[in-house]
Design a protein around this ligand. Sequence first.
Ligand SMILES: Nc1ncnc2c1ncn2[C@@H]1O[C@H](COP(=O)(O)OP(=O)(O)O)[C@@H](O)[C@H]1O
Ligand SMILES: [Mg+2]
Length: 281
Amino acid sequence: MSTTPESSNPSSSSNGPSGQDGSGAGSEPVLLSLRGISKNFGPVQAIQGVNLDVPVGQVTALIGDNGAGKSVLIKTISGIWEPSGGHIYWKGDEIHVHTPRNATDLGIATVYQDLALCDNLDIVQNMYLGREETKFAMLDEIKMELATNQLLRDLSVSTVKSVRQLVASLSGGQRQAIAVARAVMRESQLVIMDEPTAALGVSQTAQVLQLIRTLSSRGMAVLVISHNLNDVFTVADRIAVMHLGALCSEGPASNYDTASAVELITTGHSSRVPSTLTPSS
Ligand SMILES: Nc1ncnc2c1ncn2[C@@H]1O[C@H](COP(=O)(O)OP(=O)(O)O)[C@@H](O)[C@H]1O
Ligand SMILES: [Mg+2]
């Protein structure tokens, strides 16, 4: 198991994919490091040479135009696609994520745009789907219900009336909240969200953004895709920009403003943002 990447490191402040003691993306330890990640679909090169560090306790926003490769990139992390090339490191060790189950077992939870919740089940049943608590070979409904209520309280999810409500009856924001709470319940260390606010109204969006901040304040790493720059500047500690399948800029959110972010999204360059990328060899 090698911890030496083939491609050069994108972070000028570190000299290898950072482990628990690393500091590749700033002062926080790096949880996940991508080095030279590419993915082809036949002749179509969806992403190439992506180097990215995702630190613990921080929100990293992944931004870019439609088709830039954001969803493909997170799918290579979450076990939907195997990368065609490159290396993935988790706490400094190289990992191979072949299936979504591999990713969840590691502690990577992904909340997709089309949420994988079951409409015909209630909130508690969704929270524990496939991992139900049992007592004397029976489902321990009381334990699961109490734990769900406690977790929603901990996460300040206050708008859900009853955890015995069917998920079909929830609003978009509440569904997002349940999907995220499920990730927390499974003791995920990295939560990845693909456009979590795309279908939400103003107040629901605010709630989901607040929830994202709560996760990072609990020490989880969050990687969130968004094309809403207001959301990005509200929640992100770090910003990573993709353009035509490549990562074109990455750094602390304070390095960016709306104009430079738009410039990067549309052209892949901005003279006004300090360059923190080291080109891949
Ligand atoms: N399953 C697939 N088969 C072929 N091409 C794909 C597939 N998924 C994505 N792509 C292509 O990869 C590129 C990046 O897509 P995607 O990551 O979905 O973009 P976005 O940044 O909007 O999330 C696009 O050109 C898209 O057409
Ligand atoms: Mg997408």
